[in-house]
Ligand binder design. Structure first.
Ligand code: THU
Length: 126
């Protein structure tokens, strides 16, 4: 299995543990970090809606907590027909740990559909 496929499968697995009873929109994210490890996260919602966290945010926190420093490549997955796209706040979070080589893949239930750099997702960023 190549790394893109492995990241896709890991993001899909992560989405199965999503806590999303309010939106019914499970999301999973998987990161290949500079240390060679794969880190994953899912969205975790809350009855106080704005307190919920996105899958990307959870995956980044897992990476940092275990010693990863940079995102080499990542997959963001939702099992829907409409392709997922990271929110503005998560684009900024990804930016913090990305460089021009970092690739962000967006996936639906059929697999990876589009791939971007962070500059494409968040141009002229802080
Ligand atoms: N969500 C993510 O986890 N990542 C995204 O890229 C977009 C949206 C979550 C937030 C919320 O729990 C649910 O999906 C519906 O917006």
């Amino acid at each position: 299995m190549n790394i893109k496929e492995k990241l896709f499968q890991t993001a899909k697995e992560a989405s199965l543990n999503s806590f999303s009873p309010y939106s019914n929109f499970p999301v999973g994210a998987a990161i290949l970090a500079d240390d060679g490890n794969i880190y994953k996260g899912c969205n975790v919602e809350n009855i106080s809606y704005p307190v919920g966290i996105c899958a990307e945010s959870a995956a980044i926190a897992a990476m940092i907590c275990d010693g990863g420093k940079k995102i080499i490549e990542m997959v963001i997955f939702a099992p829907s027909d409409k392709l997922i796209s990271p929110c503005g706040a998560c684009r900024q979070r990804i930016k913090e740990f990305a460089d021009n080589q970092t690739i962000i893949h967006l996936a639906d239930k059929n697999g990876i559909q589009k791939s971007f750099t962070i500059e494409e997702l968040l141009p002229f960023s802080f």
